[in-house]
Design a binder for this molecule. Structure first.
Ligand code: ADP
Ligand code: NI
Length: 211
């Protein structure tokens, strides 16, 4: 029953994210799912709940605050899972999102922590860098504007609406994520990816300044 639900969910999600260019393509979801499971094994979390929540975590944009029955809920209701499991999965998903530099986003269960950490890990390191410039390009942002200093945007509103260069995104979000990991397994992976981003920025500025 659970294996069948997972197969159906993978198919639904793969189909849903096909052709997405906003940074939430199927490969992002797949990487987050594999990483969340890897962390979940080490943290002894419930693997079924973690995989279901990771697969479904980007179906709805939870940052916008959904009203009414979400697409995720409609799908979960169609699986025939017990209501308590549906609630558990929805709770994990609602706790995943990074809501801005100054906003605390607690993950209250070990399962939430695994999925939240995995989603954040996919935003940093080599792949995180690639995703940031892809996203910036899709919003017509320049790589970098000298003189427009890296700013920490306090409010979620500013975080959402800020039209800035992509290098700024490293300072307002990506370099902060290392310290926002909860599980020990994710912290170790984050450190390595963080160090790589630091080296990347160092090289970026050396090339920019011909120094
Ligand atoms: P998720 O929901 O997967 O945690 P987001 O929706 O916040 O992530 O962003 C998707 C991807 O786009 C991430 O890799 C993120 O770093 C990147 N991104 C989001 N906002 C910006 C931005 N202002 N500039 C550059 N990249 C961004
Ligand atoms: Ni995501």
């Amino acid at each position: 029953m659970k294996e069948e639900t997972l197969i159906n969910t993978r198919q639904f999600v793969m189909h849903f994210h096909a052709n997405d260019t906003s940074g939430h393509d199927w490969w992002h979801v797949n990487r987050v799912t594999q990483l969340a499971l890897q962390i979940a094994i080490k943290e002894k979390a419930d693997l079924f709940l973690v995989e279901m929540a990771a697969l479904l975590h980007d179906i709805d944009d939870w940052k916008l605050g959904n009203s009414g029955t979400s697409k995720t809920e409609l799908f979960l209701d169609s699986t025939g899972l017990p209501p308590s499991e549906v609630t558990d999965i929805l709770t994990i998903i609602s706790e995943v999102s990074f809501k801005g530099a100054g906003v605390d986003t607690p993950a209250n269960t070990i399962e939430s922590q695994c999925v939240q950490d995995a989603d954040r890990l996919d935003a940093i390191g080599a792949i995180g860098i690639a995703r940031a410039f892809t996203y910036g390009g899709s919003k017509n942002r320049s790589l970098y504007e000298p003189g427009v200093n890296p700013i920490l945007h306090g409010s979620f509103q500013e975080y959402q609406t800020n039209q800035s260069h992509t290098i700024n995104h490293f300072y307002e979000k990506l370099l902060l994520l290392k310290d926002r990991m909860t599980t020990p397994s994710a912290k170790a992976i984050a450190q390595e990816r963080h160090d790589f981003m630091e080296r990347y920025l160092d090289q970026f500025f050396r090339e920019w300044n011909l120094s």
